[in-house]
Write a protein that binds this ligand. Structure first.
Ligand code: VGL
Ligand code: ZN
Length: 204
């Protein structure tokens, strides 16, 4: 069984949002078309408490996009974004969520970030998504959404580790792109065994 995995298409990741992905909203019409064609659609939603450890503002003398060491490894610091209950944390109003059967919220623990749909950034704390997908006999995922170089990449790499076949829809993802991180993300995803597909191969 196949499912569409829509990663973090939220107001804060789209132009004008707190952590905008350039042209992040351009992928929305394609995602809407895809979600009409999949029987199973799953979404993620970045969902941070105030003063989350991933926010630069939580730390003294740190600016957004600087990196610090956390107990679980390196962490990029971000502008405050996707705060629980805030407008910016909502899905983009143009995203059609009516076909979505499950929404996985992530990043809700103050002390740890969570890019991946499967595991928090310690690589150990599960979101429960694997169990849900396996219980529904899903073995193949088509990944779309934001951002290619962070939450999409981490979800794809973890999804492969969890035993799923992963296809990344190249015209339905967009990245933040910090010093070549989008190219690097594609390299990593393909190295791990993901395949790159275009929406035109999937749409009727
Ligand atoms: C994301 C940075 C911080 C993402 C989420 O959705 O890619 N990036 N939180
Ligand atoms: Zn976040």
């Amino acid at each position: 069984m196949e499912a569409l995995l829509i990663v973090d298409v939220q107001i804060d990741f789209c132009p004008g949002g707190a952590l905008e992905v350039p042209k992040g909203d351009k992928i929305i019409p394609i995602i809407n078309q895809l979600s009409e064609q999949f029987d199973i659609v799953v979404q993620t939603q970045d969902w941070h408490p105030q003063e989350h450890t991933s926010f630069a503002s939580t730390h003294d003398n740190q600016a957004p996009f600087e990196t610090i060491n956390m107990p679980y490894g390196q962490q990029v610091l971000w502008p405050d974004h996707c705060v629980q209950g805030s407008e910016g944390a909502q899905f983009h109003p143009d995203l059609n969520t009516k076909n979505s059967q499950l929404i996985v919220r992530k990043g809700f623990r103050k002390q740890i970030d969570s890019y991946s749909a499967f595991y928090e950034n310690d690589g150990e704390t599960t979101t429960g998504l694997t169990g849900y997908l396996k219980a529904r006999d899903i073995d193949t995922l088509y990944a779309v959404g934001l951002a290619t170089d962070f939450c999409v990449k981490w979800s794809v790499v973890d999804g492969i580790k969890e035993g799923f076949d992963l296809h990344v829809v190249e015209d339905a993802v967009k990245g933040i792109d910090i010093e070549g991180s989008v190219d690097q993300a594609w390299q990593e995803m393909l190295d791990q065994g993901a395949t790159k597909v275009s929406s035109s191969e999937l749409l009727d």
